[in-house]
Design a protein around this ligand. Structure first.
Ligand SMILES: *[C@@H]1O[C@H](CO)[C@@H](O)[C@H](O)[C@H]1NC(C)=O
Ligand SMILES: *[C@@H]1O[C@H](CO)[C@@H](O)[C@H](O)[C@H]1NC(C)=O
Ligand SMILES: *[C@@H]1O[C@H](CO)[C@@H](O)[C@H](O)[C@H]1NC(C)=O
Ligand SMILES: *[C@@H]1O[C@H](CO)[C@@H](O)[C@H](O)[C@H]1NC(C)=O
Length: 321
């Protein structure tokens, strides 16, 4: 029985079943300036995870991240901690306030479909500046309850100590507005610190703010004073848990993890072909083909077993007589 099965299996070899293509990692890994762009990100369409498609662009050696709110320079990609450090040249920091009635700077708005994959870090504080009294920020929070708060020990009380505020037009007026602004004042605070999760989008025009700043602390390091804070936006990225299995299997079989540009489904890039599972799986030139090709493997096997079974029973029948 076993030699017969082997004979039939050799007559119907599963194509490329034992091939180990070992696609070069450079298929999708690349550099932009001195920053490595690798899974789950990609600079080429079809590379990385679809949740990060149309996100990063390398422009003259500068890595840029594009969101509906604007473009940010990527200063660092931290693969170990799943973090991105972004810089918005139009945002305020400790040395300069960038404000205009229409709002200066990008803020931070992620497409709803991308939100599960990319969010500002919970330890990132957004300091909203000059938001007007009618701002949705101050509505629906009766009395002393405003969304303004300290985030990871960073807040407006400390930010006001920055040199940028010393030269802020209005001088003493601004100071009194800051002090009166603590809670419940008729005039809104000059600065309102929020955590992204509390308002889900830093849309300066929607929030009626003149500008913003953003700072982050990488726990457990607590920066002492606003001059030592890191200014910029720290974002975190994540992938659905079930995806780890797909990408692990793809890599273990010599593939590179990517996605299908037509339907954004996971795709294992195996060099001369693409697979929706991994590079050891049966040949699969397109999505949808994987179902029919695995059916054909099953079909071949059942045919082998059927023919083998008939042969064995025939031999048994011959021997019996
Ligand atoms: C890239 O180079 C710049 C200086 O050119 C340096 O400040 C930065 O830390 C480097 N980034 C990485 C990720 O090595
Ligand atoms: C595999 O998929 C990638 C990304 O979608 C595509 O660029 C490439 O042409 C495909 N290769 C083959 C052999 O179909
Ligand atoms: C933020 O922390 C400072 C001390 O660092 C404190 O004085 C202030 O009341 C806090 N603000 C809020 C809104 O909790
Ligand atoms: C920001 O808010 C304004 C006003 O509500 C809206 O018109 C605009 O589309 C929003 N921007 C984004 C990128 O969603």
């Amino acid at each position: 029985m076993i030699p017969i099965l082997l004979l039939f299996l050799s007559l119907f070899p599963a194509p490329a079943a034992f091939a180990f293509p070992g696609v070069p990692v450079s298929t999708c890994r690349s550099f932009c300036g001195n920053i490595t762009v690798d899974y789950p990100f990609g600079l080429r369409p079809g590379c990385g995870h679809a949740g990060f498609r149309d996100l990063l662009f390398c422009i003259n050696g500068v890595l840029m991240l594009h969101l509906p709110s604007g473009s940010y320079r990527v200063l660092d990609v931290d693969y170990a901690y799943r973090g991105l450090t972004l810089h918005d040249p139009a945002m305020s920091d400790c040395y300069a306030l960038a404000r205009s009635p229409g709002g200066r700077g990008n803020g931070f708005i992620v497409e709803p479909w991308r939100a599960p994959y990319l969010q500002p870090d919970p330890n990132n504080v957004f300091l909203l500046l000059g938001c007007h009294a009618e701002s949705p920020l101050f509505q629906g929070f009766p009395g002393k309850h405003r969304p303004c708060r300290n985030v990871s020990g960073m807040g407006c009380e400390e930010y006001y100590r920055c040199p940028a505020w010393a030269v802020f037009p209005g001088g003493g007026g601004a100071t009194s507005r800051r002090d009166s602004a603590a809670y419940g004042a008729a005039s809104p605070p000059e600065c309102c610190a929020v955590e992204f999760g509390a308002i889900r989008a830093i849309n300066l025009s929607h929030l009626g703010c003149e500008g913003y700043s953003s700072a982050y602390s990488l726990a457990p390091v607590r920066a002492r004073g606003p001059g030592a804070w890191a200014y910029g936006i720290r974002a975190t990225y994540s992938l659905p848990a079930e995806h780890q299995g797909f990408c692990g299997a793809c890599r273990a079989t010599g593939g590179v993890c990517g996605y299908d540009e037509a339907n954004n489904a996971n795709l294992c890039l195996c060099g001369d072909r693409n697979s929706t599972s991994n590079c050891d799986s049966d040949v699969d030139f397109g999505v949808g083909a994987v179902g029919s090709s695995s059916t054909s493997v099953d079909g071949t096997l059942s045919l082998t077993i059927l023919v083998g079974g008939i042969l064995v029973s025939t031999i048994t029948w011959i021997l019996a007589f």
